[in-house]
Write a protein of this length. Structure first.
Length: 458
């Protein structure tokens, strides 16, 4: 059945009515509205209720696209259908008579209580799996597998998708190489192994498939050391994160303001969020506060809004950026962390604009956008074929030690010869005599908490 456009809305061409015409006297008729018929009309137009993450919402399904709507949208949809119709919808009465009946009926017909009786529909949204990732554009769907990048028109045979998943861009495959690919190579110091790791990481983040045995948060960190405590940064971490927003829905949370015990700390997260970015976390950030979120899901509470839970199978991927190191040890940390170093190829003195002559994403041509998306799809292919590729950390243990013990002890520890055994009492006495460090208050603190784990003492 074809669809027709009336005013600002699309309607299924239908003779369904939610009124009858009652004869009063002579040639006069009166519009009588019927609630059951109104619900039937709305259902025929694709309106339903459904449950998403424990919250009942209104939706409208057109073709295979699911739009989230609200009471106001449904009310306007009904009124515009009657106001803008090019023909009389009733036999004996005018369209204005139908509008008048609706208005005079007040909250009897156009009210949330009535719409809450719409049929409840269980829907299944097409999602990524371990072998495939899907990306949606205004002209169709891109299906990415390890061997192929395929573009096809979305249809009911493919399954349902949320309207918010569709990017307002007409994608076409291209062989053009993206400047962004060159940029990513640069932040990897043009090391092919690091570049492959970065591509697999991007592919992991933009895949919405959730593997219970792979619950890692990605941490982009600055590989450079700063012994004086100054922040380096400006090496491309934020720009890499920015690409995620162009292909998935990202909730951005300020890391410096993040407090694990804050009630509304996750209020930027929506039901449709696919990636959570906690940007620029400080050195006191407690990563362990997110353990349960990574393995179980997210409990989201917003100010003045209904609380909802995102179960693990639908939960977003997590990215953190930092100029520090995340402190913590043991399998609880290592199983949940993928730490990716960023080289100092870019800095406040040498920026991407110096290499490419313009800012990324600003005034790009269609071919530049297509090349950019093709690069992202190639990242998906690396992840789908090889999984997450690990690369050795760079300066990470040194950053952790420097952060934990401070510059004074760090300089002392750097000169320890690890190949021989040391007398712990002599080392402690020497340190107290030669260095001024109020944090080293006891032999036990010195030996157990501060000395490198690979230092042998007797």
């Amino acid at each position: 059945m074809k669809n027709i456009h009336i005013g600002n809305y699309e309607y299924r061409d239908t003779s369904n009515k939610f009124w009858t015409e009652e004869h009063i006297k002579d040639l006069n008729y009166k519009i009588m509205l019927d609630k059951t018929m109104m619900l039937d009309f709305l259902e025929f137009q694709g309106f339903y209720r459904t449950e998403k993450m424990g919250v009942v919402i209104y939706i409208r399904i057109t073709l295979n696209i699911v739009h989230i709507v609200n009471f106001q949208f449904i009310q306007d949809y009904i009124l515009e259908y009657i106001r803008e119709a090019s023909i009389d919808l009733a036999d004996k009465c005018s369209n204005e008579d139908i509008i008048k009946a609706l208005v005079e009926g007040g909250g009897k017909y156009l009210n949330p209580n009535l719409f809450s009786m719409l049929k409840k529909k269980k829907i299944k949204i097409t999602g990524d799996d371990k072998d495939t990732s899907y990306f949606y554009f205004s002209n169709g769907t891109v299906r990415v597998t390890k061997d192929n990048i395929e573009v096809f028109m979305y249809s009911s045979e493919h399954g349902l998708l949320w309207r918010d998943q569709i990017k307002r861009f007409k994608f076409n495959k291209t062989d053009t190489k993206s400047d962004f690919e060159i940029f990513v190579k640069n932040v990897c110091n043009n090391d092919e192994q690091r570049f492959e790791t970065m591509k697999s990481t991007i592919g992991y983040l933009i895949s919405t498939y959730k593997n219970p045995s792979l619950t890692k948060a990605v941490v982009f960190y600055d590989e450079s050391l700063s012994k004086d405590g100054s922040l380096l940064g400006r090496n491309g971490k934020s720009l890499i994160c920015k690409i995620l927003n162009h292909i998935r829905e990202v909730a951005d949370i300020k890391g410096q303001d993040f407090k694990s015990n804050e009630r509304f700390k996750f209020q930027n997260i929506n039901m449709s969020t696919e990636i959570i970015l906690i940007n620029d976390i400080g050195k006191s950030f407690k990563f362990e506060s997110l353990f349960s979120n990574l393995s179980e899901g997210w409990d989201v509470e917003k100010k003045g809004r209904d609380r909802f839970q995102i179960p693990f199978k639908d939960s977003p991927k997590l990215v953190l950026t930092t100029n520090y190191a995340i402190l913590g040890s043991g399998s609880s940390f290592s199983d949940r962390l993928l730490e990716i170093p960023f080289s100092n190829y870019y800095s406040d003195k040498h920026k991407p604009i110096n290499d490419f002559g313009k800012n990324f994403f600003e005034n790009w041509s269609e071919d530049e956008w297509n090349a950019f998306f093709m690069f992202l799809f190639s990242c998906s292919q690396v992840f789908l074929s090889k999984g997450l590729i690990k690369y050795q950390s760079i300066n990470l243990e040194k950053k952790k030690l420097l952060q934990r013990v401070g510059e004074t002890f760090f300089e002392f520890a750097e000169n320890i010869i690890l190949e021989i055994k040391h007398d712990k009492k002599n080392m402690y006495s020497f340190y107290k005599k030669e260095f001024s460090d109020n944090r080293v208050t006891s032999q036990k603190t010195f030996t157990t908490d501060l000395l490198p784990s690979n230092c042998t003492v007797i």
